[in-house]
Design a protein around this ligand. Structure first.
Ligand SMILES: [Zn+2]
Length: 491
């Protein structure tokens, strides 16, 4: 429990983020550098993300499975560009035993326990899964194969920040195998749209999505598509990707199938995922200087009822409050009664505000006499007095309004922070100023992309549908460009 204040965004955006993590009790750094502890309240949000997204994944005909945390090192040399992409951030298991050291005051690695083949702690699971898929797939009857796993992942990051970039993180990774490229490309786009829809319906976040550039695509993929969100500080955050893997991995791992025409063919594959990075995006999209703000559809507690009592009227107030909670639960899930008598109502208001609970209901003796309760919205701070008989249905309406309001604010933020620029000078000045997304022509050359990054720190985010085929001039070299790309400085 903490009642300390939160650093305002204007003063120090990064500290504001850390303050929210701490004061809303979402996560904290652990004794292992770069690895976070996700605290119960933060984990409850992740569980809600998991539960709702898992349903969408299963509705798409995908089944959950689980694969090993360890991958034989040799698997990584099978797909050349894949290993190149992950080589610099792999954790490797070389031994499996400790022994007492000679001084007898500690332990050391037992050199006699050296592994014959070293194991890589999964930075992603394509290799271990596709080795397995090569035994699961032999005929057109086995396709499409659609598998998802919820797992932890390790990428040895140097600069970390809870949820946004951590050495170990949680995610889901979907992997599918198809008999035609047309079908696998459809899967890539469907899963991308699924993430966009999930962000909208549950996280109240409006995003851009589209194809990533060659240099930004997944190691080993033919094409990568990303979902990009805009944070309040003008920096973008990619929180989901969907990859068209072509036949690259099928070739490398010997996945083959006999088609209906009797011929042996290579299948087409996809992979797609979102991680606990989504939590970072969620926190930074809606929260304000008073703390976390959560969309009702993902909040672990949607409504908190705070009874205001003293020693004399405690029993009476609590019994009315319990009745109200009971009636609320008929229309709204995730309602909590804060019965604690060792902290003041003011302390409670403050604490629930920091935790971003969408609706707070206050009930005191005077309210009881008039059959009223005070209902406070977290998103706008609006207070309203509402009678008991209509309270449940009113609160249910207010929750929907909050969800809508947060989505519309996110949409406004996305639109107002998207700038179409005419030349490089304008691009530099936008990115040096308030930041945001920059829409502009780019010739597609990696040299121009690198120069833009060097001078502005902005990278290509993706090619959105509206930008496809929009002819113009490359913002950097001035040559003709076929498409208009989305650039931004990103997390
Ligand atoms: Zn150019």
């Amino acid at each position: 429990m903490s009642n300390k204040g939160i650093t305002p965004r204007e003063e120090d955006y990064s500290q504001w983020y850390f303050d929210i993590l701490e004061r809303a009790e979402l996560a904290e750094n652990s004794s292992v550098r770069g690895c976070m502890v996700i605290k119960p309240y933060g984990y409850a949000i992740w569980e809600n993300i998991q539960k709702n997204l898992d349903k969408m994944i299963k509705d798409a005909g995908v089944k959950n499975a689980y694969f090993p945390l360890f991958i034989p090192k040799s698997f990584f040399s099978k797909e050349a560009s894949h290993v190149k992409g992950f080589a610099k951030e792999c954790a490797i298991v070389t031994h499996y035993r400790l022994k007492e050291n000679e001084a007898g005051d500690g332990v050391e690695v037992d050199e006699n326990s050296k592994l014959e083949e070293e194991l890589v702690v999964r930075p992603t699971s394509e290799t271990i899964m596709y080795d397995t898929f090569s035994r699961w797939v032999s005929s057109w009857r086995d396709l499409p194969l659609k598998i998802n796993q919820w797992a932890n992942i390790v990428r040895w990051e140097r600069r970390t920040r809870p949820f946004l970039r951590t050495t170990e993180f949680l995610w889901q990774e979907g992997h599918t195998v198809h008999s035609t490229h047309e079908e696998s490309v459809q899967e890539v786009m469907d899963r991308l749209e699924m993430y966009v829809q999930f962000a909208r319906d549950f996280l109240a976040m409006e995003t851009y999505h589209g194809r990533k550039s060659e240099s930004e695509k997944f190691a080993g993929a033919v094409n990568t598509y990303g979902v990009e969100a805009m944070m309040q500080d003008g920096k973008a955050l990619q929180f989901g990707t969907s990859h068209d893997l072509g036949q690259n991995f099928a070739k490398a791992f010997g996945i083959q199938f006999t088609d209906t025409d009797g011929e042996t063919k290579l299948p087409w594959q996809t992979s797609w995922g979102v991680s606990t990075r989504m939590m970072g995006a969620l926190i930074m999209t809606h929260s304000d200087d008073n703390g976390l703000v959560l969309p009702p559809n993902i909040a672990p507690i949607k409504v908190v009822v705070v009874p205001i009592f003293n020693n004399e009227n405690k029993e009476k107030v609590l019994s009315v409050a319990s009745e109200i909670v009971k009636s609320l639960k008929k229309e709204v899930d995730a309602v909590e009664l804060d019965e604690r008598d060792f902290v003041s109502p003011g302390f409670k208001f403050n604490e629930w505000e920091k935790k971003g609970v969408p609706v707070r209901i206050e009930i005191g003796e005077r309210d009881i006499e008039s059959n009223n309760s005070v209902v406070v919205r977290r998103d706008t701070g609006e207070k309203e007095s509402i009678g008991y008989e209509i309270l449940a249905s009113k609160v249910s309406d207010i929750l929907s309004q909050i969800q809508e309001n947060l989505l519309s604010k996110s949409k406004d933020n996305l639109v107002s922070k998207t700038h179409r620029v005419a030349d490089f000078e304008e691009m530099k000045s936008v990115l040096k100023g308030d930041g945001g997304f920059v829409l502009t022509g780019w010739c597609g050359s990696e040299d121009c992309e690198n120069s833009i990054k060097y001078y502005t720190k902005a990278t290509t985010m993706c090619l959105i549908k509206d930008g496809e085929g929009k002819k113009g001039r490359c913002v950097y070299c001035g040559k003709e460009s076929n498409d208009e790309w989305l650039f931004a400085k990103a997390y």
